[in-house]
Design a protein around this ligand. Sequence first.
Ligand code: GPV
Length: 827
Amino acid sequence: PVPAPAGATHPLAIGPVGAPEATVDGFVAQYLRNLNFDRGVTLSASTANDRFYALAYTVRDYLVARWLEGVRRYRASDRKAVCYLSAEYLLGRQLDNNLLASGLSDIAAEALAQCGVDIEELRAQEVEPGLGNGGLGRLAACFIDSLATMSVPNVGYGIRYEYGIFRQTFEDGRQVEQPDSWLELGSPWEFPHPEAAQTISFGGSTEKYDDGGVTRSRWVPAWSVQAVPYNYMVPGYQNGRVNTLRLWSSRANHAFDLSVFNAGDYVEAVRAQTFAENISKVLYPEDSTAQGKELRLQQQYFFVAASIRDFIDVVLPEDFDLTRLPERAIFQLNDTHPVIGVPELMRILVDEKKMEWDAAWAVTQQCFAYTCHTLLPEALEVWPIDLLGRLLPRHLEIIYRINEEFLLAVRERFGDDEARIRDMSIISPDGAVRMAFLATVAGSKVNGVAELHSQLLREKVLPAFDEFFPGKFTNVTNGVTPRRFVRLANPELSALITEAIGDGWLTDLERLRELEPFADDADFRTAFGEMKAANKRRLAATLQARDGLTIADDHMLDVMVKRLHEYKRQMLKLLHIVTAYDRIVSGEVEASSVPGRTFVFGAKAAPGYDMAKRIIHLINAVGSVVNDDPRVEGRLKVLFPPNYNVTLAERIIPAADLSEQISLAGKEASGTGNMKFALNGALTVGTDDGANVEIRELVGDDNFFLFGMSEPEVEALWARGYTPAEFAEKDAGLGRALDLIGSGAFSGGDASVFAPIVSNLMNDDRFMVLADYTSYIAAQDRVDDAYTDTAAWQRSAVLNVARSGFFSSDRSMRDYIDRIWHTEPLG
Ligand code: GPV
């Protein structure tokens, strides 16, 4: 027990008061208490929001005691913690996750039933926090779930954006962005701590001063804001552990406000406040694209500075000897967004704690590790030195010194090889800080996110660094949490699995292997087919209620859900749809000879990405024509529900038969949707890219539809010279599909609407859509054939589930722990 405050005599004052009783009666009592005392309403006078809040608070109440106890035990230990620094966390809804983790699902359902409350209605009340763009943000959410489940001490650090990823609507088929005001009705899951706010400074200049005979540098900032922490519980799966996610929100500095206010300029004071609060106002809606905006650098420094200081000043004991920081913390950099933390830690150690540079650098190098999530050169962040110097002048000086010493070491090893020096300099020849280089130099390890990606990172993107730092580069293949993406999203499949092999798979996903024999069990396959059919009906109900869309339940569900990006090649999928449509309407193929297919898209385009938005328009345009054409009725259908998010993913993925993972080889770092589909028994049609490579190796060639060029073949074609128009000439089907799009067949005869897409494909086609078309269509013909043999298809689907256990984020976390973090669970 913790020591009681002086003067405490009541037994309850000594520790956490403990959770309410985990019974239906206990739950009901706590629920009604929350409704009355927190919401200030009676059950009969409550709104759905009140009832949702009271439910969330009740679940929270059960978790809080474990959380506080865990924090206490961690602080009493000397364990190393994983400080995961991520600009994005794409959490999804929390209610069911927290019910499952706390083991309260059944009790809550019964308790609410006894109160006459419809739990389904309350589920629908929850607005998901969309504090991320896509894969990178969702990966962070899976990782913190796994760390809690594995009892590994972890704090997730990030930004509490007031507006998350925009809400997508369509007007005449075109994407329109609406603000995501997820906090409008408040969030029951957060614990704000305004009293623990930190001051984060910006701007100004640096100066040298005499510190008892030693000349030192210091930063004299010009302005500052407050960083207010909001804590969220991250419960492990039924293990009594609850970790913390700490997100920072910006506020105006009161001192700053007041001085202006005293001068009588009320409006100016309020403007200053708006300026400060801008920093955490909105998530940048980019995905795999760098955005060199000053506000974004402000966001990055804001959350990283607050997080590092939080760990040192609040989490670690007072007067902790910072030369031992690597024993207590590893700061994992989720891509380059938090890399400004490197010079920040150096500044704290050297300027504030007065450590020698070399000692500080040794500490810093052990405290950071860097995960790279891309290969696209345009997505590698760089900050112009004038911008960085204006916003963070002392950090720029520190970066210069890091670079100077690094390049000196390079010269020592390789001589005055100026070309090499230029290629490896953290400062680029055109005067920008290359954040990936800084992260690589500073990090104890650098990892890619799938085998192929890590190999290409080493060999193509950072080869000079791999040579200079032997052993620094490693791979950790991504993973996904089976709790959310199998157990919660697919309760029918989960029941089937548990009935067959017990429930150990939920925390040891490799045990899905034990399902392999069931692939040859006709009864199991039938049950599996019924599960898919039930999931399709559930999706149909969701899409009907959400968007008024209908799906035929005898169709193959062919799904492509992911951010809209040219490298992911939604265009290739569209060319297949246009071809399938054209084959039927031209009479080349008898409609009844191919299985009925419903194509489902989900995709947001970055608001400033014109080509991506045009492709969204084209998907909707092709959808209208195909869906309204009686000649393909009952055979082909295109659905594009707007605003794809985690909540919708949890409905779509379990219903899918076919998973589209069709990026140009060498462009998709990993993909994680691909793993979710395989784990839910969809077969993949995919290129040899990212984690598809590992999925195919594991599930077997017979259970995966491979197509397209391999990465070396892509390179060879570039080297030979790629002329896309030649491919359009060689394949008549491709020529016809492009003609249809280019001639206005999907735009009411107005050829100009989609001509830019066609001309881009014919003349440029950076992602070689046309080069892979023929192979893709052949793969889709194999899919059609395979789908007609139901037993064989289901056998493959079961094998996909049985052989995908490797893709648990628990395994990813184990790999990070073994290869990078060297942390231990808190027993
Ligand atoms: I860099 N990714 C992302 O979602 N946003 C980004 O800004 C960057 C990468 C994605 C990659 O595109 C996926 O291939 C990968 O699976 C995911 O990050 C998680 O590693």
